[in-house]
Design a protein around this ligand. Structure first.
Ligand SMILES: [Zn+2]
Length: 377
């Protein structure tokens, strides 16, 4: 008979190496997910191929970490560079799986596996959020459902043996996580939902059909408008409007402009945005909308609450905003802080959640006990 209890007693290095190798294989699959999910492609078929020449990668070349090193980051067929992301994700996933075993494998092998699965989902969510500013629903809503079911099957997720308590913790976690983040996103939108762009003096700003064109570069509307209530406002010294239906220009001076995905207002005159071909203005500043936090982040936090309960939410909110601010300050210091219309928050939530799994829980519980002890005695 296969005795898992005895198997777990194998020396620690055996398990660490096993989990590392297992992690790199999973990481290789995560790379496929990161590339294909946002593009709406199937993650199962076709098998791994070069995105450039479609060369089907044979099994003996499809070995995590080694393949990338062996081929020096180039496709074996067409020689096009293959992003270092493939190597990083495989290595990172391997390390994270190993850490999962190191932290909880000794007490509960099943918990080590669940942690590994959660971290895999977080790695995919972070990369996609970073590149595309979205977190796909299968990861977030799927995570909420998976978290709830796994809390029922494995109450150890919530450090209890009672399925009833575990389900309760999970439900409260979902409500706290999603609810609190939704509240923060609303407040954030009010406080930081706008930013000013200083126009270079004397320069004409062009609103084309797809983007704002300035000397500093183009800013596509896709990156400005996330909801129909988002608007760009400015006080223009001069404005020249061209409509699609006739090529006659409408000129105005010292005019208040408001542009949304639905309409364009010049003082009190109003057009539907799709009617507008081009608007050229000179102005001192533009006021642009900024997306503080998307619904994807709200759902992601709900999923984390489902797995770890409400205490984790407080911890993750705190650590993720701390790390986020430090990174922000660092980017300003090295002069890389372009005013962007959106900041991906998903990766910071992921880092906070991983810190929680790898010890945050004990720190918080110890701290709470430490604070409460004098009050109880
Ligand atoms: Zn190729």
């Amino acid at each position: 008979m296969f005795d898992f209890e005895k198997f777990v007693l194998l020396p620690l290095p055996f398990w660490l190496i096993t989990f590392f190798i297992f992690g790199t294989i999973v990481g290789s699959f995560l790379n496929v997910c990161i590339y294909r999910i946002p593009r709406g492609e199937s993650i199962i078929f076709p098998p791994s191929h070069c995105p450039n020449c479609k060369y089907h990668i044979p099994w003996y070349l499809n070995i995590p970490l080694f393949t990338w090193l062996f081929l020096k980051g180039k496709c074996a067929n067409c020689g096009k560079p293959i992003s270092i992301r493939y190597f990083i994700v495989e290595f990172l996933t391997g390390c994270m799986f190993m850490l999962s075993w190191l932290c909880v494998g000794g007490t509960s092998p099943i918990l080590a596996l669940i942690y590994s699965a959660i971290i895999s989902a977080l790695i995919v969510a972070s990369y996609i959020d970073f590149e595309h500013y979205i977190i796909p629903d299968p990861l977030t809503l799927g995570g909420i459902i998976a978290g709830f079911i796994l809390s029922f099957l494995f109450p150890i997720l919530h450090q209890t043996t009672s399925q009833k308590i575990s389900l309760q913790e999970s439900a409260i976690g979902i409500i706290t996580g999603a609810g609190l983040l939704y509240l923060i996103s609303r407040i954030g939108k009010m406080a930081f939902g706008k930013y000013k762009y200083e126009c270079p003096p004397g320069e004409t700003i062009i609103f084309s059909e797809t983007a704002i064109e300035t000397k500093d570069g183009n800013l596509p509307y896709d990156e400005i408008f996330y909801r129909s209530s988002d608007k760009i406002t400015t006080l223009a010294k001069s404005a020249k409007l061209t409509l699609i239906k006739d090529d006659k220009n409408i000129n105005a001076q010292n005019v208040k402009i408001e542009l949304t995905p639905l309409h364009l207002k010049l003082d009190n005159q109003i057009w539907e945005t799709p009617e507008v071909k081009k608007l050229e203005i000179t102005a001192k500043t533009l006021v642009l909308p900024r997306e503080v936090m998307g619904l994807g982040d709200v759902k992601l936090m709900g999923a984390i609450g489902a797995f770890f309960g409400w205490k984790s939410i407080i911890f993750i909110l705190f650590t993720s905003s701390l790390i986020g601010s430090l990174v922000g300050i660092f980017l300003i210091l090295i002069g890389k802080n372009e005013l962007s219309s959106r900041i991906p928050y998903g990766p910071y939530i992921a880092i906070g959640a991983i810190l929680w799994m790898f010890g945050g829980y004990y720190y918080v519980v110890n701290w709470v006990n430490h604070m409460l002890r004098p009050l109880i005695q």
